[in-house]
Design a protein around this ligand. Sequence first.
Ligand SMILES: Cc1cc2nc3c(=O)[nH]c(=O)nc-3n(C[C@H](O)[C@H](O)[C@H](O)COP(=O)(O)OP(=O)(O)OC[C@H]3O[C@@H](n4cnc5c(N)ncnc54)[C@H](O)[C@@H]3O)c2cc1C
Length: 226
Amino acid sequence: MLSVETYATMAEAAGAVGPRARYLAGGTLLMRAVNFGDQGFDRILRARAVERDIRPDSGGIRIGAGATMADVLAARDVDYLHPVARVIGGPAIRNMATVGGNLFAPHPYGDFATALLAIDAKVVMTTGQTEAMESFLAGRDRARGLVAAVIVPRMAPEVFRFAKVSRVKPKGVSMMSIAAWLPGASGRLGDVRIAFGSMGRYPCGPRRPSGRCRAQALMPPGSNPR
Ligand SMILES: Cc1cc2nc3c(=O)[nH]c(=O)nc-3n(C[C@H](O)[C@H](O)[C@H](O)COP(=O)(O)OP(=O)(O)OC[C@H]3O[C@@H](n4cnc5c(N)ncnc54)[C@H](O)[C@@H]3O)c2cc1C
């Protein structure tokens, strides 16, 4: 028997998290599990007030865990993440799929989480505790509590690149996704960070290319080096 528990806030819902409980965000994966009769949980937790804003924060831009891919696409502050949100499922999925849910999406999903890993995002729990994306993902299977938001750096669209390889276009699941943060100065590459999705149980990286990559000219998106 499945019970549904509704709490006023995510912090209260976080207090009710337990081994047989799952938090319901957009439900694109969780409700599928319910429909398949997943016996791994028998409690669904909901919160009435969920952080969904995308707004400037002292550390960069704060994206509420409840922000959907459609919300991301409507937010100019994170325009560099639009190429990622745009290739997550079809329009119906993008209207429901949340940033928080994507952090827990198993292979072959998790395209947004791959991008967040490349850009060194911080995960903010409802307790206020923050954790680097890399260590959060490594421990997500034993994750406790609920995610309130992620904090991403501000950046110009040209210093972030994302590519998704899929059999079915335009909205198939990833065979592989690659996200790269290409900071630098005067058009030259600096400390590059690359993350890969769909190559393991959760996004892997960041890889930092060798020194040979550094100081090379940053090519415009879509150009082929000769
Ligand atoms: C047809 C289809 C196509 C899809 N295409 C893609 C795709 O191209 N790329 C991609 O990356 N994904 C894809 N997905 C997977 C999924 O839609 C996304 O990963 C989405 O972001 C998951 O978010 P959600 O809000 O729907 O999560 P839910 O289904 O609500 O939850 C998923 C899991 O995350 C946990 N969770 C959710 N929010 C929080 C939180 N704030 N704190 C702690 N735990 C939380 C839930 O408890 C649950 O275990 C697809 C799914 C479907 C059904």
